[in-house]
Write a protein that binds this ligand. Sequence first.
Ligand code: PGA
Length: 241
Amino acid sequence: MNITNLGTKAHVSFFVATELYRHMLRHPQGRLGLATGGTMVDMYANLVDLLSKNQLDVSGIHTFNLDEYVGLSADHPESYYTYMHDVLFNQYPKFTESFLHIPNGEASDVAQEAKRYERVLNEKGPVDIQILGIGQNGHIGFNEPGTPFDSETHCVNLTESTIEANSRYFDNKSNVPRQAISMGLQSIMKAKRIILVAVGTSKKEAMTRLMTGEITTDLPASILHQHPNVEVFVDDEAMPY
Ligand code: PGA
């Protein structure tokens, strides 16, 4: 696993957007694994800009999102379905809606929905490039510390630190969902290539722990050391000590 400090969040956002753009350019039937969160907003803005300026045909691209909150309707302002449509799919409305895969947080049987999602990943995948953020506690997707490395898509109980970190998007903390459906660590590891992105001082500690190289379920992102094709991009603030 190598790490590159690109200096600023703006540089990281532009660089990662360019990687995704160039992949779609070369692979019109490509499979992208997408992430949500504050880190990714500017990256998607850059991607929309590149797609729009070049009018790329993305109708054959499949996208797979990492996770979705349980209990939020797709049209809830804080659902990841809404996030993805706000930052990318509605901004560049040339994707094929049925190729945009996001777990259904409103499914009546959440365990069945998780199984269905893993099946879709296996049937339509593998993902060519998986984009990942990282939580302050080292989570990837919503795979919190302690998640088994062999986990597939599953229902997750969010930890207090994740609820706290995500409460900034909700009116108050009590409105943050307590559960999510997330690709598991094994599901993520099936991607051919992984790009992990971390910006800001709040990620410095997790990045420092990650780059020690120790592999432990206490730091879910550390499973990535076992993947042959992972690159990490950070800004000055998230660069490990
Ligand atoms: P953030 O989330 O980009 O909002 O910091 C990243 C994550 O929790 O994976």
